[in-house]
Design a protein around this ligand. Structure first.
Ligand code: SF4
Length: 282
């Protein structure tokens, strides 16, 4: 944990976390324990093909901004997908090859909408901030400087088209806005979800009040997770402190094979490439 001086000058322990850690606690305390506390980490299932697609697309776009301006073309974006491609999680070479093409299409189309002369102030940039009880850090896909304001940009590659409500409700995006403002020392209230398969952008402009609401929610989530971890360290029962929270999402949980409640909720175990069917966009 990080520390900072509290009101009386006494060091205060801060909970060091990422937005993803906080949302994992919200989704399922048991998954939180297996991801962040159990060591060695319990065995995970094999890699998911849809995660491979997402990771390659993010990497290709990050590298695209590192290219000299004259090379920031849609064709180069596609070539960067080819260079970063891996076959992790696919059923066979033919399926992997087809998805390499689809991912290349997605990135090439999206790159055509970008201005190569732009220079984002952050690409895969780590940003951080502190509150009275949290030290939050995380990596943002992109931070743009538009006029005097910073805009947090998050790339999405799944099929589900995102809305303004998704941007407004995202705890992670709100924390990234606060952390970008602090790290880059400029106002940052705008957050955008860029849906790469369709090119649609969902934007929300936070106010100080809405950011403060997200931060206080993050602090409440962090306090719960810290209390559970402390009780565990004092000999508490992990099953009580970190209960499973079964849902349809269990089908995609890396730890489902070691979680009877999750297996019961998930039904038939998913194959590593099953997520592609729900990712595909015509
Ligand atoms: S399978 Fe479901 S209940 Fe079990 S740890 Fe994963 S998310 Fe939680």
């Amino acid at each position: 944990m990080a520390t900072q001086l509290g009101l009386e000058g006494m060091p205060t322990r801060l909970f060091s976390c990422t937005p993803s850690r906080l949302t994992t606690w919200l989704d399922c305390p048991r998954r939180y324990r297996m991801t962040y506390l159990d060591r060695p980490t319990p065995p995970k299932g094999p890699p998911w093909a849809h995660n491979t697609v997402g990771a390659v697309v993010h990497l290709a776009l990050a590298r695209w901004w590192s290219e000299p301006r004259e090379r920031r073309t849609p064709a180069v974006a596609r070539a960067l997908v080819d260079r970063a491609w891996t076959t992790d999680g696919f059923s066979d070479d033919a399926q992997a090859e087809r998805w390499r093409g689809l991912a290349g299409d997605m990135v090439e189309r999206y790159a055509a909408t970008l201005d190569p002369a732009d220079e984002p102030v952050g690409v895969e940039r780590t940003v951080a901030t502190r509150s009275a009880s949290l030290a939050v850090s995380g990596r943002v896909d992109r931070v743009d400087l538009r006029g005097d304001e910073l805009v947090v940009v998050d790339y999405k590659t799944g099929r589900h088209v995102l809305t303004t409500d998704d941007a407004r409700g995202s705890l992670a995006l709100a924390l990234y806005a606060l952390a970008s403002a602090r790290t880059l020392r400029r106002p940052c209230t705008a957050v955008e979800l860029h849906h790469l398969p369709t090119g649609r952008v969902a934007r929300f402009d936070h106010t100080e009040e809405s950011l403060a609401r997200h931060l206080s929610r993050a602090e409440a989530i962090g306090a719960e997770a810290v209390a559970a971890a402390e009780a565990l360290a004092e000999g508490g029962d992990p099953a009580d402190l970190f209960p499973p929270r079964p849902s349809r999402g269990c089908a995609w949980c890396d730890f489902a094979r070691g979680c009877p409640a999750g297996l019961a909720a998930a039904g038939q175990p998913k194959k590593p490439w099953d997520g592609l069917a729900q990712e595909e966009v015509a």
